[in-house]
Design a protein around this ligand. Sequence first.
Ligand code: ADP
Length: 295
Amino acid sequence: MRVLAVGIAALDVISRVERFPLEDEEMRALARRQVRGGNATNTLVVLSQLGHRGAWAGTLAEDGESRIILADLEHHGIDVCHVVRYPEGQTPTSYICLSRATGSRTIVHYRDLPEYRAEDFDRIDLDEFGWIHFEGRAPEETRRMLDRLQAVRGAPRCSLEVEKPRAGIETLFQGPEVLLFSRAYARSQGVDDARRFLLAQQRSSSARYVFAAWGDQGAYALERGGEVVFAPAWPVQEVVDTVAAGDVFNAAVIDGLARGRATADVLHYACRLAGESCAREGLAGLGGGERGRDA
Ligand code: ADP
């Protein structure tokens, strides 16, 4: 399947530390690596490992960071022809502190770059795609993109990630077939009961599927007409890297639904893949069993 993802790419500078530092402490890192990150592009890279062909709609500056990002995406066979460059901007950067003691990742993100605009999205031929995934940023622009999708007959299937509370984000809940919520978003709405949260989100959206990833507690899903299903987190002996667990989870949900799997299967599969990604560094080599079987 051809998948278009609208969202960001960033350069992640990841320092592995024994434990999270105290304020004003000076500490030596155990290791340092610099990799392409960003939710939408991470999801595309995982989808490409699962046998899909990805294209990215996003923005980049024209700096050294953007060249590293483009080289990585091209290495993974991601189509970058829809990328819009802003020479006056700076490519987003995430400074990530990865604690060996807990596996947690603390992120300081910097961006000085316009978001991808609806008028750029309008130039993309949607017939090529079987699925469009939105990262749920810039609600006004994204709403216009969703309106375009809704107006197209035989439009691609559509998912939306809702990771953070943003002004107007709930205006995007009408239209996408799949809504992928984070626990952080649920908490920002004053709810920490995943079942209650999903039932409420389903009532106030038009989505057929709503998912909620609950970190090391696992994840929940609800299909319209069904009941909330739960999958525990995949048991991981040593949590090494949770940096992109949510992006892996989202890719697995898209892959599972595209293959026509039942909701509960999709949920267990997504927890397995996301859990496996926590047990290793980076995104390479995920989903060995699924790879290469194009959906
Ligand atoms: P994010 O990366 O956006 O913070 P989450 O922390 O919600 O995403 O994690 C997404 C999914 O990754 C979870 O639903 C779970 O299946 C898996 N996961 C996250 N942390 C762990 C962990 N410590 N052990 C096993 N699986 C995990």
